[in-house]
Design a protein around this ligand. Structure first.
Ligand SMILES: *[C@@H]1O[C@H](CO)[C@@H](O)[C@H](O)[C@H]1NC(C)=O
Ligand SMILES: *[C@@H]1O[C@H](CO)[C@@H](O)[C@H](O)[C@H]1NC(C)=O
Ligand SMILES: *[C@@H]1O[C@H](CO)[C@@H](O)[C@H](O)[C@H]1NC(C)=O
Ligand SMILES: *[C@@H]1O[C@H](CO)[C@@H](O)[C@H](O)[C@H]1NC(C)=O
Ligand SMILES: *[C@@H]1O[C@H](CO)[C@@H](O)[C@H](O)[C@H]1NC(C)=O
Ligand SMILES: *[C@@H]1O[C@H](CO)[C@@H](O)[C@H](O)[C@H]1NC(C)=O
Ligand SMILES: *[C@@H]1O[C@H](CO)[C@@H](O)[C@H](O)[C@H]1NC(C)=O
Ligand SMILES: *[C@@H]1O[C@H](CO)[C@@H](O)[C@H](O)[C@H]1NC(C)=O
Ligand SMILES: *[C@@H]1O[C@H](CO)[C@@H](O)[C@H](O)[C@H]1NC(C)=O
Ligand SMILES: *[C@@H]1O[C@H](CO)[C@@H](O)[C@H](O)[C@H]1NC(C)=O
Ligand SMILES: *[C@@H]1O[C@H](CO)[C@@H](O)[C@H](O)[C@H]1NC(C)=O
Length: 414
């Protein structure tokens, strides 16, 4: 793809005309950075797209932050796709680039806040953003509010970098991480580049668009949860439910629990799966020690923050803020133990991990029994779910408290 001089002038002319203040158009600003040559060329070759993205009605309402993928990002994406990024169609590029434009004007100070920040982008539409935003994200709730857009999570790397300060470099080192769909983390170098409509920052990869939960989990190769969703029929209803958090135990957790994806009865597995899904997106920067949430199995779970690590009940979040089109996913290192069981056993962690001991016969087979005694899969996980015992029946068909999700499940299963 050759950069034609006339094309470049044309775009510069457009940007100059469109920007009122005209101190520095976006293209003028980024073209001063040789490591942004590929992006500059992409914008130059797609003036309509560039104009639509940067000077749309929505973006004109606010001062934005553009995350500009550098040349290495183009190389990486080209290797992945097998074709040059420039050969993608406008309709393919549009959502990707929209996800790289943040609604707020953000500079280094905003990235270094404790616990990171969840920031809305201009990526909208149910395919990639089947969720809604509330106060916490600055949205008024009105339909056209730009802050309703799909979010990214941004956080400064926590490694102390005393030495870095003294390194002589042309640019600051990438010291901030950005996460979007599929949980890939990309690096951001905060150059705080100024242009008429806000700022731009440099990223070393393209963000992945958020996909639905089942697809996200499948691509992560988390076979335990993935197979649980398909075996229980919960995958499809989960995917089309707005505003969810999936607390996804990883494959090691499934193995440690005796592979409930295979061994548990469908009913037990449904309960166990629903116990790990919450009906609102919980981005980690909003979590506080002691907060409690109700899961789709109608059980309470509690957030604990200890030494900088976040636990939900007794399970630790080992990868957080993986955006899905309908919310967010956090990966857990084990199945959560229900709180009522937790409260009883002070020395619980040892007994809980020793799943096999509680196995087979004697254990509390507390789940609402679907008529015949489903050979209680003796795993810790199902045993945990079983401890729901004392609480009222959690039968799916009775669970009218959350019409949205459970209604959908009923629709799919019955
Ligand atoms: C942009 O705003 C103008 C004036 O409010 C309106 O007429 C136009 O339809 C809007 N364009 C889009 C694409 O929303
Ligand atoms: C980046 O730009 C250079 C110079 O125009 C070009 O040779 C290279 O192929 C581009 N890389 C990608 C991945 O588009
Ligand atoms: C970004 O940081 C500045 C300076 O601390 C602050 O005034 C502004 O409100 C922050 N913006 C957002 C969107 O958090
Ligand atoms: C947020 O940061 C504060 C201060 O560093 C810390 O006490 C708190 O535990 C953090 N919360 C989370 C969810 O990490
Ligand atoms: C989605 O969640 C947000 C806050 O988490 C809330 O304000 C909004 O009403 C929810 N939307 C739906 C459709 O449940
Ligand atoms: C981000 O930077 C780290 C080194 O700090 C590197 O290992 C990693 O590959 C980078 N990520 C991407 C997406 O390039
Ligand atoms: C059950 O989960 C494990 C992960 O612990 C996975 O390796 C296995 O393939 C899953 N079984 C099925 C039938 O999908
Ligand atoms: C989830 O997304 C995949 C494509 O990423 C699609 O094939 C599948 O139909 C979607 N599932 C639902 C229930 O919409
Ligand atoms: C978005 O959510 C609504 C409400 O749950 C659902 O009907 C619709 O199918 C979902 N769309 C996508 C693309 O997932
Ligand atoms: C918890 O303790 C109470 C009272 O000591 C007891 O009745 C209940 O069965 C215990 N529950 C479990 C799950 O051990
Ligand atoms: C959910 O749990 C609460 C408290 O345990 C209970 O009052 C309520 O009836 C339960 N709802 C359903 C549908 O089981």
């Amino acid at each position: 793809m050759e950069l034609t001089r006339s094309g470049l002038h044309y775009v510069f002319a457009i940007f100059t005309l469109l920007s009122v203040a005209s101190a520095q158009t976006f293209l003028e600003a980024i073209s001063q950075y040789p490591q942004l040559a590929n992006f500059t060329e992409l914008m130059t070759n797609n003036p309509g797209l560039a104009g639509a993205l940067l000077t749309s009605n929505a973006t004109s309402l606010t001062r934005t932050t553009v995350l500009v993928p550098d040349n290495s990002a183009f190389d990486k994406l080209q290797r992945l796709l097998g074709v040059p990024v420039g050969s993608l169609s406008v309709s393919q590029l549009e959502p990707v680039l929209s996800y790289h434009i943040l609604v707020n004007e953000l500079t280094t100070d905003n990235f270094t806040v404790a616990n990171g920040t969840t920031e809305p982008t201009f990526l909208t539409g149910p395919l990639y953003n089947n969720r809604s935003a509330g106060d916490a994200l600055g949205s008024s709730g009105a339909e056209g509010d730009p802050k309703n857009g799909q979010v990214v999570f941004i956080e400064a790397k926590d490694e102390p970098n005393a030495a870095r300060r003294f390194t002589v470099r042309q640019l600051p080192q990438p010291d901030v991480e950005v996460q979007g769909g599929l949980g890939h983390i990309i690096n951001l170098t905060s150059v705080n580049g100024a242009w008429d409509g806000g700022v731009f920052q440099i990223v070393d990869n393209f963000l992945d668009l958020p996909l639905n939960c089942t697809d996200t989990i499948r691509r992560w190769k988390m076979f335990g949860f993935s197979s649980s969703l398909s075996r229980t029929g919960l995958g499809a209803p989960l995917d089309i439910t707005r505003n969810v958090t999936c607390l996804t135990p990883n494959d090691d957790a499934f193995k440690a629990a005796g592979s409930p994806n295979v061994t548990a009865s469908i009913f037990d597995l449904q309960q166990l799966t629903l116990f790990h899904i919450i009906d609102q997106p919980l981005y980690t920067n909003f979590l506080e020690d002691g907060q409690e949430y109700i899961t789709f199995s109608n059980q309470t779970v509690r957030v604990t923050i200890r030494d900088g690590a976040i636990f939900v009940n007794d399970a630790k979040i080992i990868h957080s803020n993986v955006m899905t089109n309908n919310g967010v996913m956090h990966v857990l290192d084990k199945f959560m133990t229900p709180l009522d069981q937790d409260r009883n056993s002070t020395t619980s962690s040892s007994t809980r991990t020793a799943s096999s001991t509680t196995s087979s016969t004697g254990g509390p087979s507390a789940l609402p029994q679907p008529s015949t005694s489903t050979t209680s899969s003796a795993s810790a996980a199902t045993a945990s779910a079983s401890s729901v015992a004392g609480t009222p029946s959690k039968l799916l068909s009775q669970a009218s408290w959350s019409l949205g999700f459970l209604g959908l499940i009923a629709g799919f299963l019955l």
